[in-house]
Design a protein around this ligand. Structure first.
Ligand SMILES: Nc1ncnc2c1ncn2[C@@H]1O[C@H](COP(=O)(O)OP(=O)(O)OP(=O)(O)O)[C@@H](O)[C@H]1O
Ligand SMILES: [Mg+2]
Length: 226
């Protein structure tokens, strides 16, 4: 599903994002990426959805070599990879419904299909009843659930979440992780960037640790020790 071969990302000749990372994530896996600040976790995530391009090496997603992906092919990639961030990135002037509908509109999806998809993804995240609220009228956990619903509109094969619980308290964080687990059970591959030890230990899934841009450990059913 996701294959990295000797991937390096240098932001400048002496600023290393990731350094010679090789990695294979199988379809349906749930992988956590952990490590201290500045070790390359977000860089790795950004390489997967082509917000950054590798300086060296090769990246394949679902058999598609995206190493040198052209800008005009990025929307196609983003339909296969949903992305969720720490700060939700919701449009404040749009309601929950409109935020999600907008992601479909910009992709050229027909109004009738939008009317079909939006309620479906909102029910996955259990927010069917808050569709007319604005982001400000929701809790942090609810806002993140809207962002997750939005990431699911194209039924992506992969969901990449970079510190999705970074702005949330323990209870809301658990809810978000439970939701990611549920989405994973439906078959979506999940790549979760986190530095939250409790989350990783609760998940009991594969854990990849980065140190100075390199993979320092990669364990199944790992526990996070720092
Ligand atoms: N756009 C950029 N330009 C230059 N250097 C960058 C850029 N983005 C990241 N870096 C550098 O690359 C390295 C890895 O950064 P990255 O954001 O991937 O770390 P991280 O593991 O996500 O950290 P955190 O836990 O703080 O989010 C750091 O040294 C960082 O300063
Ligand atoms: Mg980061």
């Amino acid at each position: 599903m996701i294959r990295l071969k000797n991937v390096s990302k240098l932001y400048h000749p002496n600023i290393v994002g990731v350094d010679e990372v090789s990695l294979h994530i199988r379809p349906g896996e749930f992988v956590s990426i952990v490590g201290q600040s500045g070790t390359g976790k977000s860089t790795l995530a950004k390489l997967l959805f082509a917000e950054e391009r590798p300086s060296r090496g090769k990246i394949e997603i679902g058999g598609w070599d995206i190493t040198d992906i052209r800008d005009r092919d990025i929307p196609t990639l983003r339909r296969q990879i949903g992305v969720v961030f720490q700060d939700f990135k919701l449009l404040q002037k749009k309601t929950v419904y409109e935020n999600i509908a907008f992601a479909l509109q910009v992709a050229g999806v027909t109004p009738s299909r939008i009317r079909d998809v939006v309620p479906r993804v909102l029910s996955i995240v259990n927010l069917d009843e808050k569709l007319h609220r604005y982001p400000k009228q929701l809790s942090g956990g609810e806002q993140q659930r809207v962002a997750i619903a939005r990431a699911l509109v194209h039924s992506p094969k992969v969901l990449v979440a970079d510190e999705p619980t970074g702005n949330l308290d323990t209870l809301n964080s658990r809810e978000i992780v439970d939701l990611l687990s549920k989405i994973n059970e439906f078959g979506t591959t999940i790549v979760l960037v986190t530095h939250d030890r409790e989350i990783v230990n609760r998940l009991r899934k594969r854990v990849i640790t980065l140190e100075d841009g390199k993979i320092s450990s990669d364990v199944e059913e790992g526990r996070y020790k720092l």
